[in-house]
Design a protein around this ligand. Structure first.
Ligand SMILES: NC(=O)c1ccc[n+]([C@@H]2O[C@H](COP(=O)([O-])OP(=O)(O)OC[C@H]3O[C@@H](n4cnc5c(N)ncnc54)[C@H](O)[C@@H]3O)[C@@H](O)[C@H]2O)c1
Length: 316
């Protein structure tokens, strides 16, 4: 059995880094955060405790463990101080392959050979991220969804040189944090989640910009339509259950023709021109007038409720 990390270091204290730190603190794990900007570090000092304690209100963590974890939450003054005695280093700096390569090159110089190194990248192939590391056997991508302290899915993306032991160890750490890792068999750009969301979002943007539907109605069409079904069953099981007892064989016989005619007409553009970006931003800001903090808190309450009900249904 893998021993749990004595200390976790999170590098980059933006939205994702603070989420990872809140998740670790909520499990009572000692966690240190480092950010290249003093402002980022200051924000983390307030944001991590706030987000960790919010998990108690959302019934995702217990107060005693959270407060114990927060007693051991620290901000490091340097990269060296953050990572030198860490068992697990989580990188969460911006999505820039060169910056990530440089950072991991530096981290490798100051960590022991057994430290697990993971990147939060949303889609850069791991061989590229870890290109400057001499020892890539303990390096892999562990891609969270936003907010990482709430959404349990993590995409685990090993590179060709990642060891099987590192993959097992990462999955055990993640499960101990209440995460549900999925393992990719091949590292492809965008991984699995990014490719699915990019395809669906392009279609959603197209429907709004073509004037078929307003932003709030489109969001409802997804969140109360397919996304609700997918939360319970995923797309393939959904269709396996969509043609009576005939299963997916009958579903394909009955509906494949319709799908093929829609596939032939779906948006295929690959760039969102500045004018289209402006139109999209205007439509979204018109639909959602409250401030981001209020919108995020309401979204998190709904996420907490969905997760609770899904867990109850699973144990039942
Ligand atoms: N935002 C999302 O929805 C989301 C979801 C999943 C994964 N990700 C991925 O997670 C990573 C972080 O995303 P984010 O949205 O938190 O970014 P962000 O821009 O909000 O935060 C990045 C932080 O890293 C700091 N930083 C930059 N260079 C640094 C360095 N060399 N050393 C230390 N700190 C440094 C910045 O000061 C900033 O505070 C990206 O790879 C992103 O693709 C993002």
């Amino acid at each position: 059995m893998t021993t749990m990390p004595g200390k976790v270091a999170v590098i980059g204290a933006g939205d994702i880094g603070c989420g990872w730190a809140a998740l670790c603190a909520s499990a009572g794990w000692p966690v240190t955060v480092f950010d290249a900007s003093a402002h980022g570090l200051e924000r983390a000092a307030a944001e991590v405790p706030r987000r960790t304690r919010a998990l108690v209100a959302l019934e995702r963590a217990t107060q005693g463990i959270v407060e114990r974890g927060l007693l051991e939450f620290t901000q490091a003054r340097s990269l060296l101080q953050a990572v030198q005695d860490a068992d697990w280093v989580i990188e969460a700096i911006p999505e820039d392959a060169i910056a990530k390569q440089k950072l991991f090159g530096s981290i490798e110089q100051v960590t022991g050979p057994d430290t697990l190194l993971t990147s939060s990248s949303s889609g850069i192939p791991p061989a590229e991220i870890f290109a400057r590391c001499r020892r890539q056997d303990r390096c892999l991508v562990a891609h969270p969804l936003n907010p990482p302290e709430l959404i349990p899915l993590i995409e685990v993306v090993p590179a060709a040189r990642t060891s099987a032991a590192a993959v097992v160890r990462a999955q055990e750490y993640l499960r101990a944090l209440g995460r549900m890792p999925i393992l990719l068999k091949k590292p492809i750009p965008g991984y699995v989640v990014g490719r699915i969301t990019a395809a669906v979002w392009r279609q959603c943007i197209d429907l709004v910009l073509e004037g078929v539907i307003d932003v709030d109605q489109l969001d409802r069409a997804v969140s109360l339509g397919p996304a609700l079904g997918w939360a319970a069953a995923g797309p393939h099981l959904t269709y396996h259950l969509a043609a009576g007892d005939g299963g997916v064989t009958l579903f394909l016989q009955e509906l494949l023709g319709s799908f093929e005619s829609w596939w032939a007409q779906l948006a295929t553009w690959q760039r969102l021109e500045p004018e289209q970006q402006r139109a999209l931003i205007q439509s979204i800001e018109r639909a959602y007038k409250s401030n981001i903090e209020q919108l995020r808190a309401a979204r998190d309450r709904r996420l907490g409720a969905i997760l609770r009900v899904l867990e109850q249904a699973r144990t039942a």
